[in-house]
Design a binder for this molecule. Structure first.
Ligand code: SF4
Length: 702
């Protein structure tokens, strides 16, 4: 007999997971003494009411019984409940002691791209004004830094998409390079499906066959790490067959002749050998893109998470410029961000080299603007720090001895994870702000409970560059506080309260607007009131009466001369990548599955999501498995120079024979990043997650 719903409440919110930031509604029904929750999609300009399995079940982690409910101090190896006041006093004592003993720069701040714009902004200010340290960086360094660097170099600015998603259905030819949208941003798939219905030719670049490549007309099953070379092959065919747009190049670009000369000197046969993609397929892809009237290129972590990731992306941008497919209707570039606020979190100053409004920390004018907004002397503003992984190297060397970690799990997300764990263990004092006791929080001296997406208010900026407002509605769980409130309270205890006297996220946003004014990511014209009315606004939006910017670069690029800057990208990267050898004969590449997000701290707590993928796995080709004596669904030891893990096998012809794939959502004995090479891209400091080499063998229990 069906029981009656006695009361119903609704909470309008936004998905905490991927960069689409789908709007959704949580419905809470009271049935006798129990509560039932259902999440449904809400109409919005990006996902139009669609949500995926992650969004549908997001409330399961937010309402999970293992949420941290109050501050926890580690005493004799055990976490013990303390009050917020006690927690703040511990922070004051320990941070002050470190500053006196080791200097201000011995304190580090490690942020996140899953926090709101307001919190990202405030965290950068907190590091520089309250802690007076130059050492702040965030987990987006491991996610978006290559695409951001490439777009900044080529176009003079970086916004995830140069034009809105609404144009995709009308594009004639689309290149999806290193992106598995069907699993990672499922609610975007209808844009591409509509494009196909309208006759678009879709080219996918991936070492694996995925749900995304299956939609493509042409799948270039590339050898891991060879994306820059593949783009050179495409460019070579494009210029040799005269598909270039001469007038566009002449008017709007610099550096073309050098690129033409370089790609003309290359042999297509050699590129085919190097990339593992047959020459005819490279030619077919170049023909399709070159002949099309309109075209877009999308990249994601497959291209970007490499030690030449920023240059690999630049080479795809070269293709857009040579063919004149940018700054026009149905033409452009998109970096498909991974993290929920991957775009916004990289604009407001939680990067080592950056100040709010996408300003540069080394530019004296930019420093003066921000110092004025913050009410401090420009000379007090710390200089440039180092990237996320380099901060960890400093922890290992004892140069950073205290860390404030906000909503991030670096032990699972960084390469060479055992080294990372060892480095964090050396800290004198580690404070972690989180929802759950993650693998990294376990090592903390103090854990502070944060509110979840349901309880938290603030803005995020989705992959298009569209600023969205998520209103708080759900009551805070336990004693959890908003991240921004925790930052303000600590600043107060440290004697810097005057700079952090905010009583709402909106007040912080209003300061952020001022800080961003006149910068590349100009939010000045965006207000909470407008966001409530209009649903979302694409930056730059420099004044209250500005409607936001749908398409970038229609008149000119953002460099001083108004032109796009092309770059010669060598087939031979500056930092050599690991190549298969006798001891480690297979490429290892990593990625995501649909039901999990980042290091799985949230999604592994959701029963519905965990049930879909409750453990990690290794995908390998049946011929490869046979060669190494591995049976389907058996335990496999996967070993690199840096360590080993044990995961279950899935045999699949979808993957190249020289490559294995392991997802990165699990920690401890299943943490694939224990195997991954820690080499960094010298330009943007992105680790080369997508290319390591490993050995595989059947796991034998001893
Ligand atoms: Fe939308 Fe991404 Fe959330 Fe899925 S995970 S509901 S696609 S924001």
């Amino acid at each position: 007999k069906q029981q009656q719903v006695q009361s119903e409440k609704v909470y309008d919110t936004q998905c905490p997971y991927c960069s689409v930031q789908c709007k959704m509604r949580l419905i809470e029904q009271t049935i006798v003494t129990r509560k039932k929750y259902v999440t449904v999609g809400k109409e919005n300009p990006t996902s139009h009411g669609r949500i995926c399995i992650k969004g549908m079940n997001a409330h399961q982690h937010a309402l999970h019984k293992e949420r941290i409910l109050y501050p926890l101090l580690k005493v004799d190896g055990e976490f013990t409940r303390i009050s917020w006041e006690e927690a703040y006093q511990h922070i004051k004592e320990n941070f002050t002691k470190i500053q006196v003993e080791d200097g201000n720069d011995a304190l580090g701040v490690y942020g996140s791209a899953s926090i709101t714009n307001e919190e990202a902004y405030l965290l950068g200010k907190f590091a520089r004004v309250a802690l007076k340290t130059k050492h702040i960086d965030y987990n987006g360094r491991l996610c978006m830094s290559a695409a951001a660097s490439a777009a900044s170099q080529t176009f003079g600015m970086d916004r995830g998409l140069t034009n809105s998603l609404q144009e995709i259905p009308f594009v004639e030819c689309i290149i999806l390079a290193g992106t598995n949208i069907a699993e990672c941003q499922p609610t975007l798939m209808p844009y591409f499906e509509k494009a196909k219905d309208n006759g678009a030719f879709i080219i996918a670049v991936d070492p694996r066959e995925t749900a995304t490549t299956k939609m493509a007309d042409l799948h270039l099953k590339i050898r891991p790490g060879k994306d820059a070379a593949l783009a050179n092959g495409l460019l070579k065919v494009i210029v040799e067959k005269n598909y270039q747009d001469e007038s566009f190049i002449k008017e709007k670009a610099t550096g073309f002749e050098e690129v033409r000369e370089y790609v003309s000197s290359l042999s297509l046969h050699e590129i085919a050998e190097l990339t593992g993609v047959p020459a005819e397929q490279i030619e077919r892809a170049a023909d399709a893109f070159g002949k099309a009237e309109t075209g877009m290129i999308f990249t994601a972590r497959g291209v970007e998470q490499q030690t030449d990731g920023s240059l690999a992306v630049r080479n795809f941008l070269n293709i857009l410029i040579v063919t004149g497919k940018i700054g026009k209707p149905y033409c452009g570039y998109g970096a498909i961000t991974g993290q929920g606020n991957g775009q916004g979190a990289r604009e407001h100053g939680q990067k080592a080299d950056q100040l709010p409004g996408y300003r540069s920390i080394v530019n004296e004018e930019h420093r003066a603007h921000i110092a004025k907004v913050w009410g401090i002397d420009k000379a007090e503003l710390p200089r440039k720090g180092v990237s996320a992984f380099e901060m960890i190297e400093k922890m290992d060397k004892g140069e950073i001895t205290g860390l404030f970690l906000m909503c991030s799990n670096p032990i699972v997300s960084n390469p060479n994870a055992d080294f990372v764990k060892g480095a964090l263990k050396k800290l004198k004092f580690l404070v972690a702000v989180d929802l759950f006791v993650s693998e990294t929080a376990r090592l903390a001296d103090l854990i502070l409970p944060a509110t979840s997406y349901l309880e938290d208010e603030g803005t995020t900026t989705n992959l298009e560059g569209r600023v969205l407002l998520r209103e708080a509605g759900f009551p805070s769980i336990g004693e959890a506080k908003h991240d921004w409130k925790i930052i303000c309270d600590i600043a107060q205890v440290l004697g810097k309260g005057e700079y952090f006297s905010f009583s709402s996220a909106e007040e912080i946003f209003n300061e952020l607007r001022e800080a961003s004014r006149g910068g590349i990511a100009d939010y000045y014209g965006i207000t909470y009131e407008r966001l409530r009315k209009e649903g979302g606004i694409l930056w730059p939006c420099p004044s209250i009466d500005h409607k936001g910017t749908e398409r970038l670069f229609e008149q000119s690029f953002a460099h001083e001369d108004g032109k796009a800057l092309m770059a010669v990208v060598s087939n031979v990267p500056e930092v050599p990548k690991e190549e298969p050898n006798e001891n480690y004969p297979l490429y290892l590449t990593t990625g995501r599955v649909m039901s999990h997000y980042l290091t799985g701290v949230q999604t592994r707590k959701s029963p519905s999501l965990a049930a879909r993928n409750f453990e990690s796995f290794i995908e390998l080709h049946p011929d490869t498995a046979k060669k190494y004596g591995i049976k389907n669904q058996s335990l496999v030891k996967v070993e690199s120079k840096r360590g080993s893990i044990v995961v279950r096998s899935i045999l699949s012809e979808a993957i190249r024979q020289d490559t294995v794939f392991v997802p990165f959502h699990w920690g401890d004995s299943q943490n694939v990043n224990r195997l991954v090479s820690p080499k960094l891209d010298p330009l943007c400091k992105m680790p080369g997650f997508k290319v390591s080499t490993v050995n595989v063998s059947p796991f034998v229990e001893k």
